[in-house]
Design a binder for this molecule. Structure first.
Ligand SMILES: Cc1cc2nc3c(=O)[nH]c(=O)nc-3n(C[C@H](O)[C@H](O)[C@H](O)COP(=O)(O)OP(=O)(O)OC[C@H]3O[C@@H](n4cnc5c(N)ncnc54)[C@H](O)[C@@H]3O)c2cc1C
Length: 446
């Protein structure tokens, strides 16, 4: 490769940093869980994050709340660090439990400092604003990773590496097998403030006959509510959408998927799980910069129309305004490890159990189709048997035995088929996978 001459300036700034026992690449839900559990298990741990905050999709893509992973209101299927974080969120004034028992409602901004705190308390060294760009592999082991920041290029060696980049960057860089052909639709989420939640909640309570818009008034005065819609479905807010489509205030793509949630500890705040970007005749790839750049411009235009629609049509939104557009694109899926076990749809749908289980889940196969792959309304395509759950095995976090020996993978880039990843990717599962990965990595350093 021939680099421009002035690139040598960067080479001058190359420095090797002190080694660690465990290096965690990417500080989303899985990465924080991995780093905290590795450090608590006694390993000297560093967490490398390309953004300026932890949380990944949860904070940067504004993916709030976490979806419910429980058999009933009292028993969540994910415990451990996940429950500790939910508890810390409540104590910080940015968390709540919904009336269905889901403890995963949170304010993404407060979540950022809660995650800083849990990592710092565990003794994790956090390195923000560092993108991992390369790695050195020898004797089927990753020796060191290289990362880039304003100061130049740096490398860190470690005994064990954990890929929690969501996009499987370290899987790719270390030459491990992966799959990246099929991908779910991406979204660009946003928030509106200045909403009269009382007015909107009361309107929903009075008018919702479908049960698609649960409203829950908390003792502390918070209102938790959600409402969801796919274009084909009949629901409480459909007449507003029909009118806006007729008048040209929304396009069909804008209206195809709409979901809103209130945010605990944040009166007047509403988080949107939309727009979902599904242009006709254009398949978008989260690993292609042309596509993601186009998506950001297009997505912000969709947000302009959707927010104006809310102000004009929805009860309680008259004085609302856009207060945040997600700094990160909402990527549901990109690279998936091809590991020692590939979790599949049948495992999810049959409630399969494993001897080496690291996570329990009953979340359905939840696929948001791209334009290229669309064969329905993007709704769920099956769930585990009623009252049962499936498990994710540790082998779905491990590269094949003849590949890299000291790499563990956790989070949405686990070893799963397209369909199974559509279920396994929820935040609670990412926490459980990360926690197990951190424990194993620390154990292998001893
Ligand atoms: C639009 C959308 C809606 C969703 N809805 C829900 C929902 O309602 N409830 C739910 O529970 N789940 C939902 N999910 C799924 C869930 O949010 C994600 O699957 C989960 O948060 C992924 O966590 P992760 O730790 O695996 O990856 P991520 O959260 O993506 O974290 C990866 C981290 O690695 C960093 N990183 C990436 N590459 C590098 C690199 N080269 N060097 C350094 N750092 C790097 C990133 O900046 C990021 O912080 C949704 C996802 C999306 C996109």
């Amino acid at each position: 490769m021939c680099l421009p001459k002035n690139m040598s300036k960067l080479e001058l700034n190359y420095k090797e940093l002190p080694p660690y026992d465990v290096l965690v690449a990417g500080g989303g839900s899985a990465g924080v869980a991995a780093a905290v559990s590795a450090a608590r298990s006694g390993a000297k741990t560093v967490l490398i994050e390309k953004a300026t905050f932890l949380g990944g999709m949860a904070t940067g893509a504004l993916v709030t709340p976490m979806m419910k992973n429980a058999l009933d209101a009292k028993n969540t299927l994910t415990k451990g660090v996940f429950l500790e974080v939910c508890d810390r969120l409540v104590k910080a004034g940015g968390g709540a439990t919904f009336n269905d028992g889901n403890p995963g409602w949170f304010n993404p901004e407060i979540y950022k400092w809660v995650l800083d705190e849990i990592c710092s308390d565990a003794g994790v060294k956090i390195m923000f604003d560092n993108q991992i760009i390369s790695c050195e592999v020898e004797n089927k082991k990753v020796q060191k990773v290289f990362m880039f920041n304003k100061g130049g290029i740096f490398s860190i060696s470690a005994k064990e590496f954990i890929d929690t980049t969501g996009d499987g960057d370290l899987i790719h860089l270390s030459g491990v097998s992966y799959e990246a052909k099929e991908k779910q639709a991406m979204s660009l989420r946003f928030m509106m403030s200045g909403v009269d939640l009382n007015e909107f909640a009361s309107w929903l309570q009075k008018n919702d006959k479908s049960g698609d818009s649960p409203v829950y008034f908390l003792e502390n005065g918070d209102i938790l509510l959600s409402s969801a819609y796919t274009y084909e479905k009949s629901w409480t807010l459909k007449p507003f959408f029909d009118e806006a489509l007729k008048k040209g205030d929304l396009t069909k793509e804008d209206a195809a998927y709409f979901q809103i949630f209130s945010v605990p500890g944040s009166p007047g705040f509403v988080a949107f799980n939309c727009p979902r970007i599904t242009p006709e005749n254009k398949a978008l790839d989260p690993l292609n910069n042309d596509d993601t750049s186009w998506l950001l411009v297009h997505g912000r235009q969709m947000i302009k129309r959707i927010s104006n629609f809310c102000k004009k049509y929805l009860p309680g939104f008259k004085k609302s305004y856009v207060s945040q557009i997600a700094p990160l694109i909402g990527v549901r899926e990109s690279r998936r490890l091809i590991g020692q076990y590939i979790l599949n749809a049948e495992d999810v749908l049959s409630g399969k159990k494993f001897d080496d289980a690291v996570a329990n889940s009953n979340w359905p196969i939840d696929i948001h189709e791209t334009a290229r792959r669309r064969d329905g309304n993007g709704a769920m395509t099956g769930k585990p048997p009623h009252g049962d759950y499936y498990q994710i095995p540790l082998r779905s976090l491990l590269p094949k035995e003849d590949e890299i020996k000291n790499l563990i993978v956790a989070g949405r880039c686990l070893s799963a088929t397209f369909e199974a990843q559509g279920s396994a990717r929820i935040q609670a599962n990412c926490w459980a996978m990360g926690e197990a990965a951190g424990m194993l990595a620390a154990c292998r350093t001893k």
